[in-house]
Design a protein around this ligand. Structure first.
Ligand code: SER
Length: 388
């Protein structure tokens, strides 16, 4: 089953159960939101989880693109991507956790054909914030799905303050041999679907207060599910990456880890540009700049003549099409190439400046300020040039 079919099956399943599809899924949070990028499906729904009526009603379904830089170090492993898509469902003060989990189980097994013996669940075991989640526990036991109880791993929040609550997570077995243990002890259990009982709001002083309504917020990682359904051992091998895996190795010879990083960061940079962000020295634009610079650093390690001008238009348009972005692919390519030129010039200048006697010894704060303010050399760039 390819990702398009998974999305269609998911959305139709929940539409048949009274959910309305939210349109639009930009990475840019609404104005006034302190977070740079949308990091989860629930993020744009925060006001509605907190009680404002949603124009589409109390049952919602969506496909939301997300960007997480917290996982940047993990990019390249089997399950983490910088930009990924989350299939999400919400009950805004309507049905409760067991209904959501029961639908989840049936969609995975009956709708998507997953063998129920490959599933494991985790449930919140109770702490000083909330009691054991007995309703979820009972549901899983009735369905015959093994359950592990945890505390911190089964609590979800989008940040230090705001809506949060206990969750129940569904894991899918990815190993070739039988599991040695439960999800927290055998990482071949891959978390695919999180169902959060979003009932609390954390305030600035750290205290928890009940939200005006009991919500359910679920998020299912599309690329993770697709790779497992397609029998692949990493998200980079699911069908969405087919053109990347086919074309990138014809341009540049890269080891598997560098290939994954290049595909992830270039694809993410295209999506961020597609949502209208431009490279900059701060904020969103700086995240974009870092993605491009990390790719170039990897490419130039082996061959400094490599460049983004070689990137086939097909990869840019495939990505923009998949994310339903209207942006012109030539324009996106031009931004990537301009950014590459800027980085090349900056590196040349950086090498020249850093070769001066003044910068041969250890650098102090004053040096970093001078290099930044006078020569436009950010600290992380200075550090990496000094390691060359
Ligand atoms: N908010 C939860 C998550 O991102 C479920 O959607 O995992």
């Amino acid at each position: 089953m390819d990702t398009e079919q998974i999305v269609r099956t998911f959305v139709e399943y929940f539409e048949e159960r009274g959910h309305r599809r939210i349109s639009g899924s930009t990475l840019l949070p609404p104005p006034g939101d302190p977070v740079l990028f949308t990091t989860s499906g629930m993020h744009p729904l925060t006001p509605y989880l907190e009680g404002s009526p949603h124009p589409l009603g109390r049952r919602l379904v969506n496909v939301q693109r997300c960007l997480r830089t917290t996982d940047l170090r993990e990019v390249g492993d089997a399950t983490h991507l910088t930009v990924f898509e989350m299939l999400g469902t919400w009950s805004l003060g309507d049905y409760e956790g067991p209904s959501s989990l029961d639908w989840g189980y049936r969609l995975l097994t009956e709708g998507l054909g997953i063998d129920p013996r490959l599933l494991h669940a985790t449930v919140h075991g109770g702490d000083d914030r909330t009691g054991e989640d007995t309703a979820s526990l009972r549901l899983w036991q009735d369905l015959g799905v093994p359950v592990e109880l945890t505390v911190e791993d089964n609590w979800w929040s989008n940040g230090p303050t705001g809506p949060c609550g206990p969750d129940s997570e569904i894991f899918l077995w990815s190993g070739d041999t039988p599991p040695r243990s439960t999800p927290t002890r055998d990482d071949r259990w891959v978390e695919v679907w999180n169902h959060v009982m979003m009932r609390y709001r954390r305030l600035d002083d750290g205290s928890l207060v009940p939200l005006p309504q009991r919500n359910i917020d679920t998020g299912l990682g599309l690329e993770r599910l697709a790779s497992l359904l397609q029998g692949k051992s990493s998200v980079y091998e699911c069908d969405l990456f087919d053109p990347w895996r086919h074309l990138v190795p014809t341009l540049w010879t890269l080891d598997e880890q560098s290939l994954r990083l290049a595909c992830d960061h270039l694809r993410s940079a295209i999506v961020v540009l597609g949502d209208g962000v431009r490279p900059a020295a701060t904020g969103r634009g700086y995240v974009l700049r870092r993605l491009v610079r990390r790719v170039l650093t990897v490419l130039w390690r082996d061959d400094p003549s490599r460049g983004l001008g070689d990137l086939p238009e097909e990869l840019v348009s495939h990505t923009l099409d998949h994310f339903r972005q209207e942006r012109d692919s030539d324009e996106v390519r031009r931004f990537l190439i301009d950014e590459e030129n800027r980085f090349r010039t900056l590196l040349e200048r950086g090498r020249r400046v850093l070769s001066r006697p003044r910068f041969q010894g250890p650098l102090g704060e004053e040096d970093f300020h001078y290099l930044h303010d006078t020569h436009g050399l950010p600290r992380d760039l200075v550090m990496s040039l000094r390691q060359e």
